[in-house]
Ligand binder design. Structure first.
Ligand code: F6P
Length: 359
C-alpha cells in the first residue's frame, strides 16, 4: 500500500488538525496509508517518530486547535536567522532526512508550515525528497497565496477583543491599546482594526509618529468622543527607528520585539494626559478552534495536497486565489514575505474611513 507522511512545522495555528484530517481522509480515499510525523521535521530522523492516522485518530480534528503531531520552531531544523533571512540546511542533515523518508516508505510528504518550514521543504525538494507544501500562518505573510489558513481565526480573535475593549474604553473614557501579532506584516492589524472599528492602526509597513496618534485622540475628544481604540501590530515602529526583530525565534518574543504595545500606551498617556491601558493578545491568536472560513480552507488545502502527490507535482505548494485552490512552486512561495501593500484596498479604505495609520 502507498504511504504518505504529514508534518507540521513552525509556530502552531488554528486549523493544523483540520489539514491533517483532510490529508488523511483524501489519502484513504485513494487507498493510501497516512502517517503523521511527530514533533516537526526532527521526527523524520532515525529513530523516526510517527503516529498512524487511522479511524478514531481523526475524530473531532476538524474543530480542534493546535496539532496532534506537535510542532517545533527550534532545534536542528530551525529556519530563521533574522528578519527575512532563512538558513541553508547542511547536506548531511538533508541526507539523513531523505534516508528517513525512504525508511518510512513514503511516496510523498505533506509539509504544513509558514515561510520558515516551507523554505526548508523547498531545500528538501531540491535534494530529491518528494514534498508538497500547505501554507500556514496567522500572519498571512506568505507570497503566492491570497490567504494562509489560521489568519481568519486570528482576525476573529483580535476583532472579538476589540469589541470587548470598546465597551470598557467608553465606560472609563480611556484609550485602549491592543497589541496583535505580526512581526513583519500588518495583515492581522489592518483586517481586525477595520473589522473592530479601531481609530488608530499601526502596522510594520508604515512608520508612525506619536504626534499623529495623539492628534487623532484629541480630534476625537473635540468631537465628544472621549475614548479611542488603538491597534498595534507587534512589528510596528516609530519613524526613525530600525526593525529590532532580528533575533532568532529561540529568543523570548519580548527580547525580539520590545513590547511595542506598552511603549505606545505610555507615550499616549504622557502626551495626551488621558488614562491609557494596554492589552497584549499574544498567543491567544494562535490557540483554539478554527473559524468556519479556516475549516473550509484547511479542508480544500488538504485535499489538493494529496492530488499534487498523486500527480507527482512535488516542490509545489497549494494556494488560494480568492475563488479557488491551485498550486505554485515552493520556490516562488518562499522568495519573499507578503506585506500589506501601501496602495492596496485595505490601507486606502482605512484612510477613507478616517482611521489614523500613524503617518
Ligand atoms: O509567525 C507567527 C507568529 O505568530 C508571529 O506573529 C509571532 O511573533 C511569533 O509567531 C511568535 O512565535 P513564538 O512565540 O512561538 O516564537
Amino acid at each position: 500500500m502507498s504511504k504518505i507522511g504529514i508534518v507540521t512545522g513552525g509556530g502552531d495555528c488554528p486549523g493544523l488538525n483540520a489539514v491533517i484530517r483532510a490529508v488523511a481522509k483524501a489519502a484513504h480515499r485513494r487507498g493510501w496509508e497516512a502517517v503523521g510525523i511527530v514533533g516537526g521535521y526532527e521526527g523524520l530522523l532515525a529513530p523516526q517518530k510517527t503516529k498512524a492516522l487511522v479511524g478514531d485518530t481523526l475524530n473531532g480534528l476538524l474543530v480542534r486547535g493546535g496539532t496532534i503531531l506537535g510542532t517545533a520552531n527550534q532545534g536542528k531544523f530551525s529556519a530563521k536567522v533574522g528578519h527575512g533571512k532563512l538558513r541553508q540546511l547542511p547536506t548531511d542533515l538533508l541526507e539523513e532526512t531523505k534516508r528517513g523518508c525512504e525508511q518510512l516508505g513514503l511516496i510523498g510528504l505533506v509539509s504544513i508550515g509558514g515561510d520558515g518550514s516551507l523554505s526548508i521543504a523547498q531545500q528538501m525538494f531540491e535534494y530529491g525528497i518528494p514534498v508538497v507544501g500547505v501554507p500556514k500562518t496567522i500572519d498571512n505573510d506568505l507570497a503566492a497565496t491570497t490567504m494562509t489558513f489560521g489568519f481568519d481565526s486570528a482576525v476573529a480573535c483580535a476583532t472579538d477583543a476589540l469589541d470587548r475593549l470598546h465597551s470598557t474604553a467608553e465606560s472609563h473614557q480611556r484609550v485602549m491599546v491592543l497589541e496583535v501579532m505580526g512581526r513583519y506584516a500588518g495583515w492581522i492589524g489592518i483586517y481586525a482594526g477595520i473589522a473592530g472599528g479601531a481609530d488608530v492602526i499601526l502596522i510594520p509597513e508604515i512608520r508612525f509618529s506619536y504626534g499623529s496618534i495623539c492628534a487623532k485622540v484629541k480630534e476625537r475628544e473635540a468631537r465628544g468622543k472621549m475614548f479611542s481604540i488603538v491597534v498595534v501590530a507587534e512589528g510596528a515602529r516609530e519613524a526613525g527607528t530600525d526593525f529590532v526583530t532580528s533575533g532568532s525565534s529561540s529568543e523570548p518574543r519580548e527580547a525580539r520585539l520590545g513590547g511595542i504595545g506598552a511603549q505606545v500606551t505610555a507615550q499616549i498617556q504622557e502626551r495626551t494626559g488621558k488614562e491609557t491601558r494596554c492589552v497584549v493578545l499574544g498567543h491567544l491568536q494562535r490557540g483554539g478552534s478554527p473559524t468556519n472560513m479556516d475549516r473550509a480552507l484547511c479542508s480544500i488545502f488538504g485535499a489538493k495536497a494529496v492530488d499534487l502527490i498523486a500527480e507527482k507535482k512535488f516542490g509545489q505548494m497549494v494556494s488560494y486565489t480568492g475563488t479557488g485552490v491551485t498550486s505554485v512552486s515552493l520556490a516562488e512561495a518562499t522568495r519573499e514575505l507578503r506585506t500589506v501593500p501601501l496602495d492596496g484596498g485595505f490601507v486606502t479604505a482605512a484612510r477613507s474611513l478616517g482611521i489614523c495609520l500613524g503617518d
